[in-house]
Write a protein that binds this ligand. Sequence first.
Ligand SMILES: C[S@@+](CC[C@H](N)C(=O)[O-])C[C@H]1O[C@@H](n2cnc3c(N)ncnc32)[C@H](O)[C@@H]1O
Length: 247
Amino acid sequence: MNREQISRIAHAEHPIKSPIDDASVSRLLARGLPRGDERVLDLGCGGAEWLLRALATRPRLHAEGVDVSADALAQARQAASALGLRQRLALHHRNAQDFVPSEPFDLVLSVGATHAFGGLLPTLAAARRHLAPGGYVLIGEGFWERAPSQEAVEMLGDLTDLATTVDRVVADGWTPVDGHISTRRELDDYEWACWGSLAAWALDHPADPDSTQVLQTATIRRSEWLRVYRDAFGFVSLVLRRTPEHA
Ligand SMILES: C[S@@+](CC[C@H](N)C(=O)[O-])C[C@H]1O[C@@H](n2cnc3c(N)ncnc32)[C@H](O)[C@@H]1O
């Protein structure tokens, strides 16, 4: 089974591929979409779950998503059609760094996908290129809640603490107008949903040739979470506007 298939099973119970619960997703979207008729772009959209939720509750909204995963985009296309949202959702199968839109966007989202651009500030630089005047950015990024082990840094990258993360964003010319720090429950629920879904799939498909590999993956990833990064990793989502002197 390849990575995409594993990811599809792992996220079956938590289609938002970030440690954020449904109520927090709705609140963050409401903050970034004050009118309801905006043009929204998601860089690293995965299955486009953020966009689907935004479209489903705002009939005048239009959205575009970019991702390198053909499998995730196929899932997004299928879900959009089933929900009657396909006409208002454009999906682009390409590296988000190479995306050239025809028009700017009122909200640019990138949640859990800053690695696509090589980090937080390059992701904000890309978002800025696509942003209409007065627009919003909604970015979700990991941070270190406590000093990480070397192993955690190797696994999750070179993050900073929460205050430093926000300071870097502000110094880059952005003003946070709202935000959400994922709770312990959201962080734990996400990990249990991923590794629990994988383990359950393996137990439910004992005759499948991939069953053993999938159960091993679930066991390894659960153990990495509990042993390597659970105590150190945090996740913050920020709703940003350009600071006037940087606009
Ligand atoms: C953790 S998932 C987050 C998905 C979505 N933003 C969400 O919160 O549900 C990260 C996504 O970034 C995508 N990705 C990684 N590198 C990328 C790149 N260079 N260009 C576009 N997408 C990329 C992955 O395929 C994956 O779907």
